[in-house]
Design a protein around this ligand. Structure first.
Ligand code: GAR
Length: 207
């Protein structure tokens, strides 16, 4: 059974999808053992507490720089014996220390079809604003391994979602969450926990 640590910063709907998937048996061979938030006011913390999942707040503001914050977070994850670290709406920039400590053991859900609308500055509603500004007809979500390159690690799963003529960033975000993120994130986590993902030549393959 793998220990899953979930990193959050906000509402935590992806965390909720993971909790629900664990309860319903969609996540095989894994259990959420801790939730760590960069934001003390994140509603995600309340979701975890409701299900008696241990929580920890590591506020970015309490650390002078990215390096000291990353070290504190990495140490906490090692202390928790995390086998898998899931970035579920985690909005805080970290450095390469954490990638070295958890190589191909961290995954992120991004609300677009990478390599579109990703990288620095593309997070939350900004991603959907950019997709609508471009006029794309399909967007979606991507689950990928976290490497030193922002949103650049091997892609594990993607799901496309149609953009509608009258979409707002909020309506597109909602549809992408419901139809893509909340489905592929638990699936990818389950595959990882069953050792069904391999990396070959920098790409991820489901076996
Ligand atoms: C989600 O749409 C997630 O994909 C996105 O933020 C939202 C968090 O919602 N993450 C990023 O943009 C990271 N680059 P949640 O807190 O309700 O899960």
């Amino acid at each position: 059974m793998k220990n899953i640590a979930v990193l959050v910063s906000g509402g935590g709907t992806n965390l909720q999808a993971l909790i629900d998937a664990e309860k319903s048996g969609i996540i095989k061979n894994g259990r959420i053992t801790c939730v760590i938030s960069s934001n003390p006011d994140a509603f995600a913390l309340k979701r975890a507490e409701k299900f008696n999942i241990p929580t920890l707040v590591l506020s970015r503001k309490s650390y002078p720089d990215v390096a000291s914050y990353t070290k504190a977070l990495t140490d906490a994850l090692i202390q928790q014996n995390a086998d898998l670290v899931v970035y579920a709406g985690f909005m805080t920039i970290l450095d390469e220390q954490i990638v070295k400590a958890f190589p191909y053991k961290m995954m992120n859900v991004h609300p677009a079809l990478i390599p579109s609308f990703c990288g620095k500055g593309f997070y939350g509603l900004h991603v959907h604003e950019a997709a609508l500004a471009k006029g794309v007809k399909l967007s979606g979500a991507t689950v990928h391994f976290v490497t030193e390159v922002c949103d650049g690690g091997p892609i594990i799963m993607q799901k496309a979602v149609a953009v509608e003529n009258n979409d707002t960033p909020q309506s597109l975000q909602k549809r992408i969450m419901e139809q893509a993120e909340w489905k592929i994130l638990p699936e990818a986590v389950s595959l990882f926990c069953q050792d069904k993902i391999r990396i070959c030549d920098g790409k991820a393959y489901i076996i």
